[in-house]
Design a protein around this ligand. Structure first.
Ligand code: FAM
Length: 389
């Protein structure tokens, strides 16, 4: 037998760098190329963002785009699963009002597990796809004071149903649905190594159930350098206060001089403009070209890139997915940025659930990946003994 192929070597200098780029396993649903960005089961995201969202969910789970009949059957299956446990909804209402929407979401996922898990990863994954929009819509309504949660309608698609259950006051339903449909598809999956997906897969490797694993992954997404960047990004765009290139450049330089990051720019893997950002800039140009915040985001696209490039140390001075997503959500009436990460999570739970199903039920000939157990080398721990009298 030939020697196993060496994929990677690790030097001492690479320890404590956040496992950056270390291959640890395989991913069947998506891949991230540093230049061309994310693809789902081989299809570049640019081919998929305007498909029926359920077709893309199907792709992530079953690795092929559905035929028209398969899509209809899948949509009907998801509709059949709709209706999150009433007990979980009741418990949600008792959560402290002061909590961040992501803290509510993390708790809501464990409530779904407590009240509705089957214990089968594949079943719980599809139930989660059907229930998470209901959970997120309920969080929006309760926390925003929009009224009681609204029940799902079995005649609507996933995103249309979400918009219905949001019941957002004074909504322009058509534009809101248009933005949320692409937002949902764009954020579903991003390889296995992003922090939230890696965390979800790691937790599931100890055979924790799907909902506990998703809750853990959403705790990871909550961090400001990961999913919460979309909240901070809109706040950042708001604080610029101008779309004039000279003013924007002054702002960006002052921001960097004070030691802060330029939100919406940079990436651990990408080395080019994120195609998900490119798609959203085009969507903004189509639906809200005159929106002042969108104008600022558009100016940042070139100005921040120029300043970060000059800085030299930033490996990817290009916009990431969060550079403009919040601006679009704001333009269609979702103005409270504290909810943006929950919208990201609503979508990302789909990809993470699909990856957990793959890892637990398909990989290693169905045996599943072993419990995660990387090695940490001891630091500043010389052997010593406690002298006892
Ligand atoms: N603004 C200012 N400095 C930045 C920067 C940015 N946008 N991106 C990277 N840098 C700095 C970084 O702090 C580091 O500085 P030091 O050497 O002084 O520590 C240096 O450039 C090299 O960092 P890197 O290797 O290019 O980036 P990392 O892989 O360490 O970090 C990010 C990647 C995304 C955490 C980082 O680019 C960042 O903080 N961006 C702003 C926050 C953001 O938009 N996050 C969203 C990420 C998104 F894709 C997601 O997960 N939702």
């Amino acid at each position: 037998m030939s020697d196993p192929a060496v994929l990677f070597t690790i030097t001492e200098a690479e320890l404590d760098t956040g496992l950056r780029g270390f291959p640890v396993g395989t991913c069947m649903s998506s891949d991230v190329d540093p230049q061309t960005g994310v693809s789902y089961v081989g299809y570049p995201i640019g081919d998929l963002y305007d498909l029926e969202p359920e077709a893309v969910v199907y792709l992530l789970f079953y690795k092929e785009l559905p035929t028209a009949e398969q899509l209809e059957a899948f949509q009907s299956e998801l509709r059949g699963r709709m209706g999150m446990p009433a007990e979980a909804l009741a418990a949600l209402k008792a959560l402290p009002a002061s909590g961040h929407p992501m803290e509510w979401f993390i708790n809501g996922l464990t409530l779904l597990g407590m009240t509705g898990k089957t214990g089968k990863y594949d079943q719980d994954a599809l139930n989660a796809v059907a229930w998470v929009p209901e959970l997120v819509a309920a969080i929006f309504r309760i926390k925003s004071g929009w009224g009681e949660p609204i029940a799902p309608r079995k005649d609507l698609g996933l995103v249309e149903n979400f918009v219905h259950m949001l019941g957002m006051p004074n909504a322009d339903t058509e534009r809101l649905t248009q933005v949320l449909r692409s937002f949902y598809v764009l954020h579903m999956d991003h390889g296995g190594g992003n922090l939230s997906t890696f965390t979800g897969r790691a937790v599931a490797s100890g055979l924790a159930d799907m909902y506990a694993s998703l809750a853990a992954s959403m705790a990871a997404l909550y961090g400001p350098l990961h999913g919460r960047a979309n909240q901070d990004c809109l706040n950042f765009v708001r604080s610029v206060g101008s779309s004039d290139p000279v003013e924007v450049e002054k702002f960006v330089r002052a921001n960097i001089a004070s030691g802060k990051v330029v939100y919406g720019f940079g990436h651990a893997v990408l080395r080019n403009e994120d195609p998900r950002a490119t798609i959203q800039y085009a969507l903004g140009n189509a639906i809200c070209p005159a929106d002042p915040l969108f104008a600022t985001a558009n100016t940042l696209r070139t100005v921040a890139n120029k300043v970060l490039t000059e800085l030299g140390k930033v490996k990817n001075p290009f916009p990431n997915v969060d550079a403009v997503s919040g601006t679009l959500l704001n333009a269609v009436g979702l103005t409270d940025s504290a909810f943006y990460t929950v919208l990201f999570g609503l979508s990302r739970c789909t990809g993470i659930a699909a990856q957990i199903v793959d890892e637990r039920l398909k990989m290693r000939n169905g045996k599943g990946v072993a419990i995660y157990r990387p090695d940490y080398l001891a630091l500043n721990q010389p052997p010593r003994r406690l002298e006892k009298a």
